[in-house]
Design a protein around this ligand. Structure first.
Ligand code: NAG
Ligand code: NAG
Ligand code: NAG
Ligand code: NAG
Ligand code: NAG
Ligand code: NAG
Ligand code: NAG
Ligand code: NAG
Ligand code: NAG
Length: 752
């Protein structure tokens, strides 16, 4: 039966399915003249020799002609011309192009002079206010004022599009963009002095409108203007504002609801470099990858050589170890943490026990009367009903009751509430699975609900088990500030160690990413809020906080390199919470360096770090050689000839990075670091080390005395072990302190 479909129909269906996935660019004629099956066509990113390094004025047509010369007559269609197969021609971010090709055509191309390599396209996914004051940014005071709220800087976001006309994108008080700006807005989008660029790289025939809110949320987090009385269902009411409210925004739409293609992301990086942005922000990734096989890492490298800061998200695959995206040392990689704001919904049990949880939806007409408490998963914790998977509940069990649902399953938390409501339930208690620990979220549930920690969930289940007529309710307490366990690492925040480069500690830093309020498109109904703001969570949300902070630092220190800005953020990061205890993870245990990197960002301190660890883009040659990359691999990333047997290669951990990640066997390891004085001209720093268990850290010299600004000084570090424990991670820190400054580098050691 399955094979009875007529051939033309089968072909048509294939075309339709592939079009749905955004692969429509090869015309049907191409396919017919080729005699190839459409399935044989794949997007390749083709690396070719630079046309001519000296001709920086090469016209777009010349560039296209050069790239088209790699396509043979056979690979071009009669009506489309040479370039019909080329999807993107790269100029700044990469030497090459993306095209739809068959494997046979790639083989043919390999014979052409100037061809270097071709790789199949990659797929990435998005890593789906109160925060400025939580970060120590206060209106008309200190750093926020001194950095002029990011005035004069441009943040380019690679995301799902934008909602023009949103109040957060108002240009009230915004000057025009700086004259270096070359970008523009695609037809169908009205720009202003806040939103100065908007480009759709996914489909150039459609405006870069945000299909599902993600890009609008990240843009307004980084650089949204002041909006009074912003709230969701009346919660978190206050002035919503981005981190750099005077920075300009440029949106590069690279993602559909399904995914973000590497060839498209690379085209956006190319455009952002051309347009003249100062900061590139992307909250997306695809897990670990060798850097030359990763369009994001390749394009980001080109950006940093132009002095553009690249800010990325660590990913949402936590809390398991070794789950990071964006592991390259030339980007900033940000994990997610909680803030001190709860949208509190307290569970009250029949025996009077109370447990604080969260919910954004807090209906005023809910009476908080005791309701019968039921748990559909009581007999099978692994069942669909235990997780309230859509369609798994029925009215005979849950009708009129308050229903316990467990976190987990491939669904949004708010969908669980919908399941309960559909089956006639009156309210929901969402309890965390063990892996989700203490991370709770304030979501727009469709019925009265509370999301509680694993620890509270266990107590609620014990109560359920202890009585024949269990009852419970939810009492709504609104927005509550001052949670002293903040910042705590969010359960979903991806963790190190770094797979692609074990000698570089990642994530670099953490920032607010749990229950973040920012702009939303009210026409997008997936939260049922109809609000122009929404509260969502993810490292997607923490990344644009750091992008905004990078814009502030760029504004107050226009001469700082991307590596200097990163160093300033990392060496001043905080490692304690509001209780002055070590930052905790979702299990409420002290978080390790693979969860927090250098710690939680502290913008006012980052503005005045004292000393910085700078890295020149050329330093990455030695680093990549040391990492074992071939000249060909390095050329793909750096677009220049490198012969690693001639170039001195260095161990990864010798890169002048503001943190240390060391694998220590029986031989001691020596490294050198160079610090630059950006604090006070005449200043003296003393060494303080926190030695990891079983490891000695010896630093030479132990005092650094500076006499002028921008003076550089070197120090040597020797790591040696005094333990026989193997295959174990330990951590410590190297801190340089003057009376005024404290410059802290975390140290992670793997005992081999
Ligand atoms: C691109 O956008 C145009 C205009 O909205 C639309 O007609 C076309 O189907 C889109 N193409 C793809 C591949 O989605
Ligand atoms: C939000 O706060 C403002 C000012 O304090 C107040 O006027 C407004 O009514 C509040 N809105 C809500 C929905 O609570
Ligand atoms: C992750 O690594 C840490 C050490 O860094 C270790 O203590 C922990 O048990 C590991 N977790 C998992 C889930 O393997
Ligand atoms: C509470 O108000 C909402 C609308 O705001 C309504 O949909 C709901 O039925 C009301 N619930 C009760 C118990 O009255
Ligand atoms: C509803 O759930 C009850 C109790 O688990 C079960 O006995 C019954 O068969 C279910 N009914 C339907 C229609 O699924
Ligand atoms: C419920 O009670 C039974 C019997 O007393 C016990 O075996 C079980 O572990 C209890 N479950 C929970 C979740 O406390
Ligand atoms: C790299 O340099 C070494 C030593 O100078 C030489 O033997 C080798 O051929 C060079 N490799 C390439 C690919 O040029
Ligand atoms: C490392 O440094 C120590 C102390 O400065 C020195 O004694 C030792 O020789 C060095 N080892 C290597 C391999 O350079
Ligand atoms: C650091 O080590 C290098 C190489 O071993 C050595 O040349 C230099 O003198 C050392 N510097 C200090 C300050 O110890």
């Amino acid at each position: 039966m399955e094979n009875k479909m007529s051939l033309p129909l089968q072909k048509l269906l294939q075309i339709f399915i592939i079009c749905l996935l955004g692969f429509c660019s090869a015309s049907v004629q191409d396919i017919k003249t080729e005699g190839n099956n459409l399935n044989d066509f794949q997007t390749y990113i083709v690396h070719v020799r630079s046309y001519d390094q000296l001709h920086s004025t090469l016209s777009d047509d010349d560039l296209k002609r050069w790239y088209s010369s790699f396509l043979s007559e056979k690979t071009t269609s009669p009506n489309g011309g040479y370039s019909s197969r080329i999807l993107h021609s790269y100029r700044h971010a990469f030497s090459g192009f993306a095209a739809k090709l068959t494997a046979a055509e790639v083989e043919e191309m390999e014979k052409k002079d100037g061809f270097i390599s071709a790789m199949r396209d990659k797929v990435y996914t998005l890593h789906t206010t109160h925060t400025p004051s939580f970060l120590g940014l206060h209106q008309n005071l200190g750093f926020w004022k001194d950095s002029k709220y990011g005035e004069g800087t441009i943040i380019g976001l690679l995301d799902s599009g934008i909602t023009p006309g949103h109040p957060s994108l108002s240009d009230k008080g915004m000057p025009p963009p700086p004259s270096k700006w070359k970008g523009k807005c695609d037809a169908g989008i009205t720009c202003n002095n806040k939103l100065i660029g908007a480009k759709n790289l996914v489909n150039s025939s459609a405006p870069p409108i945000d299909d599902f809110g993600h890009g609008t949320h990240t843009s307004s987090t980084a650089a949204g203007n002041f909006v009074n009385n912003a709230n969701v269902f009346g919660q978190a009411n206050g002035t919503a504002v981005g981190i750099a409210p005077r920075a300009h925004v440029a949106m590069y739409k690279v993602c559909t609801l399904i995914d973000c293609e590497g060839s498209v992301v690379l085209a956006a990086l190319d455009a952002a470099i051309e347009d003249g942005v100062d900061v590139i922000s992307y909250s997306l990734g695809g897990g670990t990858s060798t850097f030359d096989d990763d369009p994001l890492s390749i394009g980001a490298f080109s950006a940093i050589t132009k002095g553009i800061f690249v800010s990325t998200s660590a990913g949402n695959e936590g809390p398991q170890n070794a789950t990071l995206s964006n592991e390259a040392p030339w980007v900033l990689t940000t994990g997610a943490s909680s803030t001190d704001r709860d949208i509190r919904a307290t569970v009250v049990l029949g025996d009077k026990q109370e447990f604080d949880g969260q919910s954004m939806f807090q209906p005023k007409n809910f009476s908080s009367q005791m309701l019968p408490l039921v748990y559909p998963g009581v007999n099978d914790e692994e069942s669909d009903a235990s997780r309230c998977v859509l369609g798994s509940l029925n009215n005979s069990l849950v009708g009129g009751n308050i229903v316990i649902c467990r976190s987990g399953g491939l669904m949004l938390l708010s969908e669980k509430a919908q399941t309960v409501k559909d089956a006639g339930g009156a309210a929901m208690i969402l309890i965390n699975a063990e892996v989700d620990g203490g991370t709770t979220q304030a979501e727009a549930h469709v019925l009265p609900a509370s999301h509680v920690s694993y620890a509270y969930g266990k107590k609620i289940l014990a109560y359920l088990n202890s009585t024949s007529k269990p009852t419970a309710t939810v009492v709504f307490k609104g927005t509550v500030m001052g949670d002293k366990t903040a910042p705590a690492v969010a359960q979903f925040s991806a963790r190190g160690p770094n797979i692609a480069s074990p000698g570089i500690l990642k994530p670099d830093i953490i920032g607010p990413g749990s229950s973040i309020l920012a702009a939303w498109d009210s026409s997008i109904d997936n939260t049922n809020t109809k609000s122009t703001f929404n509260i969502i969570s993810g490292t997607s949300m923490s990344c644009p906080h750091l992008s905004g902070i990078a814009a502030l630092l760029k504004s107050s220190h226009p001469d700082w390199s991307p590596a200097t800005i990163k160093s300033a953020m990392m060496t001043t990061a905080i490692v304690v919470n509001l209780n002055e205890d070590p930052i905790l993870d979702e299990k409420m245990l002290p978080a390790n360096v693979h969860a927090i990197g250098a710690g939680h960002v502290n913008p006012p301190k980052a503005n005045d770090p004292g000393l910085v660890y700078d890295i020149h883009p050329d330093d990455y040659i030695h680093y990549l050689c040391g990492l074992g990359y071939t000249g060909k691999q390095i050329k793909k990333i750096m677009n220049r000839e490198v012969n690693c047997s001639d170039a001195t290669s260095i161990p990864e951990a010798q890169l002048n990075y503001p943190s240390f990640s060391i694998e220590l066997g029986h031989d001691q390891k020596n490294y050198t670091r160079t610090v630059t004085n950006v604090g006070k001209a005449v200043s003296t720093y003393d060494l303080q080390t926190i030695s990891p268990k079983g490891v000695n850290i010896e630093v030479n010299p132990t005092q650094l005395s500076f006499t002028e600004m921008n003076q550089k000084m070197m120090y040597n570090v020797t790591f040696s072990r005094s333990t026989s424990v193997i295959n174990f991670y330990v951590e410590g820190a190297i801190i340089w302190s003057s009376g005024h400054y404290s410059v802290r580098s975390p140290v992670s050691i793997k005992l081999l």
